[in-house]
Design a protein around this ligand. Structure first.
Ligand SMILES: Cc1ncc(C[n+]2csc(CCOP(=O)(O)OP(=O)(O)O)c2C)c(N)n1
Ligand SMILES: [Mg+2]
Length: 277
């Protein structure tokens, strides 16, 4: 687990390099979600370049598609493509490595970026799995700002109606969206209770940037029968350096030379701390 925590800091560094190379990127949400992606791709999901043609592979959809740089870093580490290719092509004219997930790239199940569509499509994937007696699981990550989309709640209703216990959603609860606090833009009241009232099993992940806590929550979700599970992962937007953390202005930002040096130093320090915990 310590090694995966160290890996998540190394992958954050890759994200910084990708964003600097492409001169664009949703840096804050990349940093809050990367531990969820590492836990899914390196601990939980049965998916990799070797089995993408297997109908029974687990499925992942990055519903908050703007955090694509984190997904590129993780998929590159998994071997779907090389990090060098991402660095060369990200955000360049004519490239497939665009600013939102694109299913012409290996490892990406669905185009996303228009918020609110990942969960409804995952409902279809999970329902198909049930109808075909397959054992795969379906995972998606939504942003907390994304939950303002009505289609999320239509999907949530359908998921409990069809008793989709093979579906697990994560809310990246970093409390910020594009223009400020989620509670100011569109408040959530009691988010846990809201999902419960839609028929979901709800697991609170107190530290949504802890791979150990995320892993335990995904394990618990697998044991729940007859209803879908949502993990409310309490994360820090920009997690990894005080330069970025909890700053609405870092939703989309390219670090300056000075910021870059400090962030890389901070990420290395956090990685070292994780290795010696
Ligand atoms: C349908 C739709 N409306 C608006 C946007 C523009 N947009 C991109 S990111 C974002 C904020 C999302 O906030 P949140 O879901 O909390 O993401 P995170 O904090 O994890 O970056 C918005 C409004 C979009 N991508 N899709
Ligand atoms: Mg958010």
């Amino acid at each position: 687990m310590e090694n995966l925590t160290a890996l998540s800091y190394d992958l954050r560094k890759d994200v910084i390099e990708i964003i600097r190379a492409g001169k664009a990127g949703h840096i804050g949400g990349d940093m809050s979600v990367i531990d969820t992606l590492v836990t899914l791709y390196f601990k939980q999901m049965n998916v990799g370049p070797e089995n993408m043609d297997d109908d029974n592979r687990d499925r992942f959809v990055m519903s908050k598609g703007h955090s694509v740089e984190a997904l590129y870093a993780v998929l590159a580490k998994k071997g779907f493509f090389s990090i060098e290719e991402v660095l060369e092509k990200f955000s360049k004219f004519g490239s497939k490595f665009i600013g939102h997930p694109n299913n012409k790239l290996p490892g990406i199940e669905m185009n996303s970026g228009s918020l609110g569509h990942g969960l409804p499509v995952c409902v279809g994937m999970a329902l198909a799995g049930k109808m075909n007696n397959q054992s795969y699981r379906v995972y998606t990550v939504m942003g907390d700002g994304e939950l303002a989309e009505g289609s999320v709640w239509e999907g949530a209703m359908a998921a409990s109606h069809y008793k989709l216990d093979n579906l697990c959603a994560v809310v990246d609860r970093n409390r910020l969206q594009i223009s400020g606090s989620t509670e100011d833009v569109m408040h959530h009241d009691d988010l846990h209770e809201r999902f419960r009232s839609f028929g979901w099993n709800v697991i609170d992940v107190a530290d949504g940037n802890s791979i150990a806590q995320l892993d335990a929550a995904f394990e618990e979700a697998k044991t729940v029968k007859g209803k879908p599970t949502v993990l409310i992962a309490n994360t820090v937007k920009g997690c990894g350096s005080l330069v970025m953390e909890n700053k609405a202005g870092w939703h989309h930002h390219v670090p300056s030379d000075e910021e870059y040096v400090q962030i890389m130093k901070d990420l290395e320090e956090r990685k070292e701390a994780a290795l010696h915990e």
